[in-house]
Write a protein that binds this ligand. Structure first.
Ligand code: OGA
Ligand code: MN
Length: 296
């Protein structure tokens, strides 16, 4: 069999969210196969691969077809708490002994920030390209991940709003996203590490040249704007960009791998029974430039 990619919802979202079949991506890929997947990503923004029995090693090998891996830091974990390797973001509710985290656990509360719409690593100077999330253990129900098409959201802006967004620069930090859920339990060292970075509000995709809105819960100010006005404006834009017509909700099965392009999408996690195990492993492919390096 060979790789084929079909829209998940051909009627309402023919250009967002593709389901791949006919390929075992836990095995080494040819250059042609990797290029086909990258082309699919450029078209669909999000791709779903079912029944891919990844180990962390094979997940890293697959991910490296698309660029360098980010280090999985910035998650409040010190080395003795680290459950997974340095290139695997631990998107689970487990501690180093594989026990479910207590309700009040600091890292659990911090990770609830993923419930807000965001783009991974927008708080880094060079933000992420792809995130690749592998479902190892999922709860018996709920815990979906939702994705929003930021290209479609940009295209659907009215002319006045698009003109207002033109040339604007936002500041992104995990301090801003966590403040929104009332989490402020940071050490001084963490506050320094989470210093804001600048990103354009309208970005241009490095491979397709398409424009999209670059929004995230991490965006806390617009350079040159009063903060309350910036926050209100960004909130309206996020509301616009996450209308149901722009959103694909992924209901996980064990060993699904979902790949999303952070350069063209936002995503958020949905709630689930926190006494059940949800164990997801994420690799993240680094981008190649800051959005500030793109033409305004
Ligand atoms: C992520 C993330 C959402 C989820 O892995 O970057 O935001 O549903 N995950 O776990
Ligand atoms: Mn995320």
């Amino acid at each position: 069999m060979t790789l084929s990619i079909h829209p998940i919802d051909p009627v309402s979202r023919p250009f967002f969210g593709g389901e791949a079949s006919g390929i075992d991506i836990t095995q080494p890929l040819t250059k042609e196969q990797a290029a086909e997947i990258e082309k699919g990503m450029d078209e669909f923004g999000v791709m779903v691969f079912h029944d891919q029995r990844f180990t962390d090693a094979t997940q890293m090998a697959f991910s490296r077809n698309f660029g360098e891996l980010e280090l999985a830091t910035n998650n409040l974990r010190d080395s003795k708490e680290q459950r997974l390797g340095l290139h695997i973001a631990d998107i689970s509710n487990l501690d180093a002994n594989n026990n479910v985290l207590a309700r009040e656990n600091r890292r659990r509360l911090f990770s609830l920030g993923t419930r807000l719409w965001h783009s991974d690593s927008s708080f880094k100077v060079v933000p992420a390209k792809y995130s690749l999330l592998s479902a190892r253990v999922i709860p018996s129900k709920d815990g979906n991940t939702e994705f929003a098409d930021m290209r479609a959201a940009y295209d659907a802006l009215d002319d006045a709003t698009r003109a207002e967004c033109e040339g604007l620069v936002c500041e992104h930090s995990q301090l801003f996203s966590r403040a929104q859920i009332g989490f402020g339990d940071f050490t001084e060292a963490e506050r320094l590490a989470f210093a804001p970075v600048q990103q354009r509000l309208i970005r241009t995709h490095p491979s397709t040249g398409r424009k999209s809105l670059y929004l995230a819960s991490h965006a806390g100010t617009i350079v040159g704007w009063p903060v309350p006005e910036a926050r209100a404006f960004l909130r309206d834009l996020i509301e616009h960009a996450t209308q149901r017509k722009f959103v694909y909700a992924h209901a996980w099965k064990p060993f699904d791998l979902v790949v999303w392009d952070n350069q063209a999408t936002m995503h958020r996690s949905r709630p689930f029974d926190a006494t059940q195990v949800r164990d997801m492993h994420r690799t993240t492919v680094a981008g190649t430039r800051s959005t500030m390096a793109e033409a305004a």
